[in-house]
Design a protein around this ligand. Structure first.
Ligand SMILES: *[C@@H]1O[C@H](CO)[C@@H](O)[C@H](O)[C@H]1NC(C)=O
Ligand SMILES: *[C@@H]1O[C@H](CO)[C@@H](O)[C@H](O)[C@H]1NC(C)=O
Ligand SMILES: *[C@@H]1O[C@H](CO)[C@@H](O)[C@H](O)[C@H]1NC(C)=O
Ligand SMILES: *[C@@H]1O[C@H](CO)[C@@H](O)[C@H](O)[C@H]1NC(C)=O
Length: 422
């Protein structure tokens, strides 16, 4: 079942690409005309085996992006999933090669001054990946792990996620290696203003419309939007995730987390099961995790864990709505570490520097960051008889772990179907 979900989505996606005027213009598919010619131009028309053609494409992409492990991992996932599509027509190999190369990569300097009066330099990125279906669209991430490889993998996945909405949106992603953790309000303002001062010349409501991601929430979007408005003298829909008071959309914050749960619920329904009384392990405590947990509790699930990059909280009887509101307060208002939650619960324990995957569960919801489930974590989940992994983050499962989970027929639900919170 997992494989079906996986490639079906991509298949429809590609049809969307191929139906686009651009491709029609290139005469690639219109009325089944001569495809050999176009395919030949990509070099995939020979009569060697499909596997060797796929290898050829793989080699080409690897050789161009040697230092980008996250991007190559995302590419490999897509390549493997699409094999049935390539089997139908080799031309799709050429299409994928085309899509794998970003239309534009922007890197810029972000200078700002901290509260001690020291000059700091961070690096900003915007990767405008594909505008085949519409203006670039995708989040901004502020996190010390951000580099070109991370932004490219996110941007590449964003193309497919956005095309699923059937709205006219391309794909892109951006961010900075700036670490918002422990920064004062004043420092966040300074950084956001400097970041936007450079970014503003590349975005616009018909060009590229960024949103939030890790480290960029409603507060940061507010400072970014304010600076954009000031520089461009234009109040336009250039960022999503804005406060509803000034043009944001209702229920935007909840959309991703809720969406993951609605999807999980439907998958379970298909197996005559429900979320009720399922023991759930959740990682993360950001926007997605918070609303995902809220909905899970509402549906009768028992949420045993939540985490941040320092460690995880284990609540043996499951979080209540009230306990969740403490987590939200710690994370969204006070901006402290999740460990602070111990003050509000006599039953909870905290495990520093650990991920929650060793806690036995029926369902696992990775909602923190990329590659948070590795080979060893997959072994733990399998050993503890976890029935289903539902992704609420971008590429949270390492590709080796994914192969392992699929091999034992653990139901594995890919994120791209779900993350439509833009
Ligand atoms: C397809 O294109 C090739 C190369 O341009 C050409 O040799 C061939 O005759 C064409 N076939 C058809 C059916 O048009
Ligand atoms: C490809 O197929 C054609 C006919 O099917 C054959 O004549 C040709 O030798 C093959 N080429 C290769 C490189 O195998
Ligand atoms: C980018 O960062 C990731 C981890 O965040 C790392 O695995 C990767 O090697 C880095 N890539 C480059 C080019 O520095
Ligand atoms: C679910 O229940 C229906 C009706 O009782 C049955 O036809 C179907 O086979 C069941 N599906 C699974 C996966 O057990």
């Amino acid at each position: 079942m997992h494989t079906c979900i996986h490639f079906f989505f991509f298949f429809y996606n590609f049809l969307a690409f191929l139906n686009n005027d651009l491709w029609r213009g290139l005469n690639l598919i219109s009325k089944g005309k001569n495809r050999t010619h176009a395919a030949h131009n990509y070099g995939y028309s020979g009569n060697n085996s499909l596997d060797s053609k796929m290898n050829e494409l793989r080699e080409r992409v690897i050789s161009k992006n040697v230092n980008e492990p996250e991007f190559l991992q995302a590419f490999e996932e897509v390549l493997e999933c699409l094999k049935p599509v390539f089997k139908k027509d080799n031309i799709y190999l050429g299409v994928l090669e085309n899509i794998a190369e970003p239309e534009r990569v922007i890197q810029f300097r972000v200078p700002w001054i901290n509260d001690k009066g020291e000059h700091k330099i961070n690096r900003g990125y915007r990767v405008q990946y594909s505008s085949v279906l519409g203006p670039y669209k995708g989040g901004l991430r502020f996190h010390p792990s951000v580099n070109l490889s991370v932004i490219k993998f996110l941007g590449f996945e964003q193309i497919f996620k956005n095309s699923l909405t059937s709205l006219s949106m391309g794909g892109g992603k951006g961010g900075s290696d700036f670490d918002p953790k422990g920064k004062t309000e004043n420092e966040i303002i300074k950084f956001c203003q400097s970041f936007m001062t450079n970014l503003c010349r590349y975005i616009g409501h018909n060009t590229d419309v960024p949103a939030g991601d890790i480290g960029v929430g409603g507060r940061e979007i507010g400072y970014l939007f304010g600076q954009y408005k000031k520089l461009k003298n234009s109040f336009e829909g250039v960022l999503t995730g804005k406060n509803v008071k000034w043009g944001g959309s209702n229920i935007r914050s909840e959309a991703t987390g809720y969406g993951v749960i609605y999807f999980a619920e439907n998958v379970l329904k298909d197996m005559n099961e429900s979320l009720k009384d399922k023991r759930c392990v959740v990682s993360g405590s950001g926007n997605v995790a918070q609303y995902l947990v809220e909905k899970l509790i509402e549906k009768g699930g028992i949420v045993l864990t939540m985490s941040d990059s320092d460690g995880y909280i284990y609540e043996p009887n499951g979080f209540t709505k009230e306990q969740l509101s403490h987590i939200m307060d710690i994370k969204n208002v006070r901006r402290e570490r999740i460990k602070e939650y111990l003050k509000y619960s006599k039953t909870a324990s905290y495990f520093g520097k650990e991920k929650p995957w060793s806690v036995p569960c029926d369902l696992a919801f990775p909602c923190a960051t990329q590659n948070e489930i590795n080979n060893k974590d997959a072994d733990l989940l399998i050993k503890n008889n976890c029935k289903m992994v539902v992704e609420g983050a971008n590429m949270p499962t390492h590709i080796d772990a994914m192969h392992k989970l699929k091999k034992i027929k653990l139901l594995y639900v890919h994120l791209k179907l779900l993350m439509q919170g833009e």
